[in-house]
Ligand binder design. Structure first.
Ligand code: C2O
Ligand code: CU
Ligand code: CU
Length: 496
């Protein structure tokens, strides 16, 4: 059998199987056919009259994820995904976003601290054929944030087709760390997205009811839009900035030879000190910044280990495990025989974080996450609301929380459901104080915009709202399992 047919058969195989029996993630050597690693193009905009201006076009396109098979996609200045935008803290940016999709969309600036009107959530719809031009000063510290569609009830579908991209922010502190910093050479962005395909090559999005409940988990993992690519490392120290851009899948990342790496940053920027680890858990929407030593010239595979999902007992646990959501699988091959050069280092101290005293908080806000379970839900489509925050599903006409600018709040996030939920809050980079009584893990210890709370657990986080207020336009807070967000697990927050 020819290789091409082999891969096509793989597609047919997974697409043809009923969801409950879906065999997941590569029963064969996914690296047998070598595919080149793709680096998203870097786009630093143009400085005009003191503004850094970017021009983006939301467009339709086609990709060949499998040789000989076309997939209809959408992207930003590209058929699938978008360029990596890059700017410096305190830059004033303007982004002209033209919508050429043929239908409505939005572009949300995930992780940014910015004016509510510029946020790009469900209230800032970009109509087909129109242009939206948000502009704001960059307040965030050096970090890798991202942008993606946030259209009400359609975020999952639009991100799945490709409407997402990265945004790297630099600052003086980060540029002075001596960390690997050459984009695409030793500073490598990685967007992880799992996808399912139909036998004709088209994306298969939400094909069964359980996918609405548990979120859509794909049988193939795209790395910057390529299935199981091979990266040729050129430097001894390689930095990987990894976004879990998946709709619902959790990853427990590590290397095939168990080599240790250094965690240097989380969602909202660099840690104070690097932490040596061999595995790291990444919930949907979260990012990690790691540095790996490749000077031994060995080939190694970045993979996801079993244990990514914390299952609760009972029906849900069985479904999550039984459907192959918690499996070991390969993601990316790294060849390092040429990884010889480089003078980058990971310093013992990276940056300084301000000290936040929980006693400064103005109060505790209770956030309860719930799912409607059982047959009532089984019969519903994704448009119906089965997901709740504090007993309510998302309503564009209801404000759920009002916070004060310049104040800290403690959010007590209680997960009263049998699934983990990554709760994301707009317009803030917060710190996790505790999760079920334990201190945050290293990957949760820095600035975060998304906190994952396991089934029946409670997280306490300390949340600042700085810089901007708006008496009318709300920010969103929501579960970043996109099918949960689209299904109602989202609320609206005013910062006044
Ligand atoms: Cu990444 Cu409200 O989103
Ligand atoms: Cu966001
Ligand atoms: Cu959720």
């Amino acid at each position: 059998m020819q290789r091409r047919n082999f891969l096509v058969a793989g597609v047919l195989g997974t697409a043809g199987v009923a969801f409950f029996g879906a065999k997941s993630l590569y029963s064969y050597d996914i690296f047998e056919q070598e595919r080149d690693f793709a680096v998203p193009p870097l786009y630093e905009g143009e400085v005009k009259n003191g503004k850094r201006v970017f021009n983006l076009n939301l467009q339709r396109g086609q990709m060949e994820f499998f040789k000989g098979l076309k997939t209809e996609t959408i992207g930003i200045n590209a058929p699938f995904l978008g360029p990596t935008l890059r700017a410096k803290k305190d830059d004033f940016i303007k982004v002209n976003i033209k919508n050429s999709l043929g239908y409505d969309s939005t572009i949300h600036w995930h992780g940014f601290e910015l004016p509510a009107r510029m946020d790009g959530g469900p209230h800032q719809v970009i109509k087909n054929s129109s242009i939206w031009s948000p502009e704001f000063a960059i307040k965030n510290r050096a970090s890798m944030l991202w942008y993606h569609s946030h259209l009400l009830h359609q975020t999952g579908a639009q991100v799945y087709k490709g409407l997402a991209g990265l945004f790297i922010i630099d600052d003086d502190e980060s540029l002075n760390t001596n960390l690997p910093n050459e984009y695409g050479v030793d500073d490598i962005p990685i967007v992880l997205q799992d996808r399912n395909f139909n036998s004709d090559g088209s994306f298969r999005y939400v094909s069964s009811m359980p996918e609405n409940m548990m979120g859509v988990h794909g049988n193939y993992v795209l790395v910057n839009g390529v299935i199981a690519p091979t990266l040729k490392a050129k430097k001894k120290l390689m930095r990987f900035r990894i976004l879990n851009g998946s709709n619902a899948r959790y990853y427990l990342l590590g290397f095939s030879d168990n080599r240790k790496f250094k965690l240097v940053g989380t969602d909202g920027g660099l840690l104070e000190k690097p932490v040596k680890l061999s595995q790291i858990k990444l919930a949907p929407a979260q990012r990690v910044d790691i540095v790996v030593d490749m000077s031994d010239a060995k080939d190694v595979v970045l993979k996801s280990y079993k244990g990514a999902i914390s299952q609760s007992r009972g029906m849900m646990g069985m479904m999550m495990g039984g459907m192959g959501f918690d499996r070991e699988f390969d993601i990316l091959k790294i060849k390092s025989k040429d990884a010889k050069a480089g003078s980058a280092k990971v310093p013992a101290n990276l940056v300084q974080h301000p000290v936040w005293n929980p006693k400064e908080a103005v109060g505790v806000r209770n956030i309860t996450l719930q799912i409607r379970m059982g047959m009532g839900m089984m019969n519903r489509s994704s448009r119906d609301d089965n997901f709740f925050i504090n007993g309510k599903s998302m309503d564009m006409n209801r404000i759920d929380a009002i916070a004060k600018k310049d104040a800290f709040e403690i959010w007590k996030v209680v997960n009263k459901s049998p699934m983990a939920h990554p709760l994301h809050i707009h317009n803030t980079q917060f710190k996790i104080l505790s999760i079920n009584g334990r201190l945050p893990y290293p990957s949760e210890s820095g600035f975060m915009d998304t906190v994952s709370v396991d089934p029946m657990q409670i997280a306490y986080i300390m949340v600042p709202f700085k810089y901007y207020s708006d008496a009318k336009v709300p920010y969103m807070f929501h579960c970043h399992i996109l099918e949960h967000e689209d299904g109602g697990m989202m609320g609206q927050l005013l910062v006044t």
